[in-house]
Design a binder for this molecule. Sequence first.
Ligand SMILES: Cc1cc2nc3c(=O)[nH]c(=O)nc-3n(C[C@H](O)[C@H](O)[C@H](O)COP(=O)(O)O)c2cc1C
Length: 329
Amino acid sequence: MADLSTTYMGLGLKNPIIVGSSDLTLTADKVKACEDAGAGAVVLKSLFEEQIVDEVRQAREQAFFPDNHTEADDYIRKTTLHLSESRYLKLIKESKKTVSIPVIASLNCIRPDWWTSYATRMEEAGADGIELNIAVMPTYLMQTASEIESTYIQIVQQVRSKVQIPVSVKIGPYFTSLPHTARALRNAGADVLVLFNRFTQFDIDIKKMELIHRYHYSTPAEIHLPLRWIAVLAGQSGCQLAAATGVHSGDEVIKQLLAGAQAVHVCSVLLQEGLGRIGEMLRDLDAWMRRHDFESIENFRGRMSMELEGKPDFYQRQQYIRVLSGSAP
Ligand SMILES: Cc1cc2nc3c(=O)[nH]c(=O)nc-3n(C[C@H](O)[C@H](O)[C@H](O)COP(=O)(O)O)c2cc1C
C-alpha cells in the first residue's frame, strides 16, 4: 500500500480525506463512524451564531420578559449562551474522547467579539484546530470590497491572537483577487484555506411568490471551480489548501492533490451513498499511486499547479478560444 499520509493544519493525518462540517459530524457517535470508515480527520458541524441567538429569543419568550427588560434580558442571554455553548463544547470533548483522528471545531459568527470568545473555549475543550466559516455577503451599496475583505482579515487576526491551535478559514469564491486575499489571510494567521464554502441556493417559489433557500447536494461537476483556484493558489498563497465541493470519488481526490491540495473535505456523496465511499476513494487513490510509482503523496502533490506545471495560459485565460471554437480536443 502507498503512503497516503499528509499533514494538515500542522496535524498528521493518516490520509487526506476529511469528513467536512455537516450533519455527518453532529454527534460523537457520528464522528466515531467517520473514523471507523477510514477518514483522516473530521470537521464538526458548525456552531452558528444565529442558532445561539434563536435560543436566546426562545428563552426570552418563554420567560415572558418584555424586550426592554435589559437586565433580565442580559441574564437570559448569558445563561442561554452558556447552555448552547456547553452543548457544543460537550460535542468536542466527547468526540476527542471517542476517536484518535484530529477533531476540528467549526465556527460561524456575525459579531466580532463572539468569534474570539467561542474560539477560545473551543480550544479549551480540546479541539485540535478551528475552522472559521466566514461568509460576509456584499448586499449594501456603500460596502466596498476592501471593507469586506478587511472584515475577514480582522476576524482571523483576532482569533489568531487568542488561540494557539491551528486555524483554517473556509471562504467563498467571490473575491476580485483571490491570490491577494489568500496571502492577506495567511498573513493574518490562517494556517489553511478551505476552498470553497458552498452557499445555500437562492430561489423563488413562483406559485407562492416566496423566497426559498435550498441546499442541494453537490455533484462532481462542481469540482472545477475549487480545482482551478487550488491550482492557482498552490505555491503562492503561503498557506496550505483544502478542497471542498464536488469530491465524490477517488478521481476528484487525485485531481485536487495534483492541483496542490493538502486534503479534501467530503460531504454530499457520503450523505447520499454512505460512509463506505471513503474506503473506495482511498483504494482508488492507492491503486492510482501504485500505477504511477508514487510512494507518497508528496511525490505528486501540486504537480499540476500553476507554479509547477509551466503552462500559464491554462490558468490565466478564462475564455480559451480553442475550446470555445470547438477546435480543442
Ligand atoms: C447537510 C449539510 C450540512 C452542512 N453544514 C455545514 C456547516 O454546518 N458548516 C459548514 O462550514 N459547512 C456545512 N456544509 C457544507 C460542507 O461542509 C461542504 O463544504 C459542502 O457540502 C461541499 O462539500 P461536498 O461537495 O462534498 O458536499 C454542509 C453541507 C451539507 C450537505
